[in-house]
Design a protein around this ligand. Structure first.
Ligand code: XMP
Length: 513
């Protein structure tokens, strides 16, 4: 395996991501945690030193242990990693004095060939992405320059005898188009064959969960979404019935959703699942509430109360499992010299771990969404679960603008089911990031048969997106929209008008509230 020493760059996680794409197993450790003992225990086959916001000339700026360079394995330093490497091996780094370089740059080759540059420079020069203020001013003994850019004379350097490589640019980002080939070359030089798979990751994750949890009990808030489902399945594989899941049914779920989730995990996968039927509690508290923020806060607070109530009944629970993903994790590495690493994570059940004295176990912390899906497939979760559209915590409450009533929820559930059925029938489900119906707080006049109707209008929403941060409305055909409107009005009593929401995000949001 390969060790990535994290000096706090915003893009360190992308290094791991690229290596996993190349089927190589790696672990990221914050620099404070990289001790001689860790190096001995891990015995990495190669080391990558990441970028970071610190400045090498500053007193107390972070360093890896000197031992990294004595392991006899290939080392690649990126940006800050390059600079710290040069400084520690006898070169020199100067503080930026107007020589900062951010963004796209072009690197040209020198006469020194390097295996890392196989496949590079076919077009003469290579586009790379730079982001640095300081720069290397003198190379350490043994290093040669293999590539240079106008702003970074030492853009690519190598000590070929020791297999040390140090680059100023970031090969891990998309803006370095040939960066992947560069990293692949480094892995080849380091002797990796690229035989690591999601199956291996699963075994490794299971081993780590067992080690972390021991004989203790773990509780998990299961929502049926991809992240919590994969978390629960993975932990169950590791520790079996030491895990108990709590599925909170707040009465704001989609048609048959609660039954499907509980059946799948309890009956099909043999997990211990508590089905917390708290519909009355939530819907009661939401009575008369139409302000979106009050809705969200009411639901969020009740969720924590309810979860705690059920969790309290599970004797001896010491861990809370959470489906935190890599993009949710903002790691801020402390440079003050203190040993602590502050990790801010995205708490789905915010504040609970402290309140209940529970430790967190977050086995998906290193993964991206599509990797979580791959892991879910590996764990045998059905494709229909893994490919599900996101569904927000407050559920249908935020798809029911205005006051929430049981009648409106009932109508909304039926309309949503017809809409999703249409999308699946037309083979569009996987092309769409998220699709749902919102029931509007207006009644409109219609005519059906010979009679007048006075029923609710609804809006269909469907968007494409990469991460939910920005989105475009999905360009359904007119035929699809017409057919869907007809079906909803015919099959769902209570709706007599269907509209399609063609707002992108921004300026709209995906949800209506
Ligand atoms: P918006 O509506 O802000 O939504 O464009 C972006 C994505 O986030 C989901 N979403 C939520 N998910 N709790 C969640 O777990 C929430 O309170 C919440 N609000 C929005 C939304 O469904 C979309 O995928």
């Amino acid at each position: 395996r390969l060790l990535i020493v994290d000096f706090g760059s915003q893009v360190t996680q992308l290094i791991a991501r690229r290596l996993r794409e190349l089927n190589v197993y790696c672990e990221i450790h914050p620099f404070q945690a990289v001790t001689d003992a860790l190096l001995d225990e891990m015995a990495p086959k190669a080391v990558i030193l990441s970028g970071g916001p610190a400045s090498v000339p500053d007193a107390g700026s972070p360093r890896p242990p000197q031992r990294v360079f004595e392991l006899g394995v290939p080392v690649l330093g990126i940006c800050y990693g390059q600079q710290v490497m040069m400084q520690m091996l006898g070169g020199e780094v100067l503080r930026g004095d107007g020589t900062a370089e951010f963004g796209r740059a072009f690197v040209s080759p020198t006469d020194t060939p390097s295996e890392l540059l196989a496949g590079w420079f076919d077009g003469g020069r290579e586009q790379v992405w730079m982001s640095h203020g300081d720069h290397v001013s003198r190379l350490a003994p043994g290093f040669e320059v293999c590539g240079t850019s106008p702003g970074a004379p030492f853009a690519i350097t190598a000590d070929l005898a020791r297999n040390f490589y140090a680059v100023q640019f970031h090969p891990e980002v998309h803006h370095t188009p040939n960066g992947r080939a560069f990293l692949a070359n480094f892995l080849r030089v380091a002797g990796f064959t690229g035989d690591w798979t999601m199956e291996a990751y699963r075994d490794e994750a299971v081993r780590r969960i067992r080690e972390e949890v021991g004989k203790a009990k773990v509780i998990c808030a299961l929502s049926g979404g991809v992240d919590s489902s994969v978390t629960a399945a993975l932990i169950h594989e590791a520790i079996g019935d030491q895990l108990t899941c709590v599925f909170v049914d707040h009465g704001l779920l989609r048609l048959n959703e609660a039954e499907e989730v509980v059946a799948m995990f309890r009956d099909h996968m043999n997990l211990q699942v508590i089905h917390a039927q708290e519909q009355d509690l939530f819907l009661g508290a939401l009575e008369g509430v139409s302000d979106p923020e009050v809705k969200r806060k009411t639901i969020g607070k009740l969720f924590i109360d309810v979860f705690q109530k059920y969790a309290d009944e599970i004797e001896g629970a010491r861990f809370l499992a959470q489906g935190t993903l890599y993009p949710d994790v903002i790691e801020s590495v402390s440079f003050a010299g203190g040993p602590s690493v502050t990790i801010k994570s995205h708490h789905n059940v915010g504040g609970l771990p402290e309140k209940m004295g529970l430790k967190l176990v977050e086995p998906l912390r290193e993964l991206f969404k599509d990797e979580v899906r791959a892991l879910g497939r590996e764990l045998g979760l059905p494709a229909s679960f893994i490919g599900r559209h996101p569904f927000p915590g407050p559920g249908l409450a935020i798809r029911c603008p205005g006051e929430i009533t049981r009648e409106k929820l009932e109508i909304l559930r039926k309309a949503d089911a017809v809409y999703i059925d249409q999308i699946r029938k037309h083979g569009l489900y996987d092309e769409i990031w998220q699709a749902f119906v919102a029931i509007l707080p207006v009644r409109t006049v219609g005519v059906m048969g010979d009679g007048r109707t006075y029923d609710f209008a609804c809006a269909l929403r469907a968007v494409t997106s990469v991460d939910g941060m920005t989105a475009d409305y999905y360009p359904f055909t007119h035929e699809f929209l017409g057919e869907t409107a007809t079906r909803i009005i015919n099959e769902v009593r209570g709706i007599n008008r269907v509209t399609y929401d063609v707002t992108s995000k921004p300026p709209g949001t995906i949800e209506w509230e």
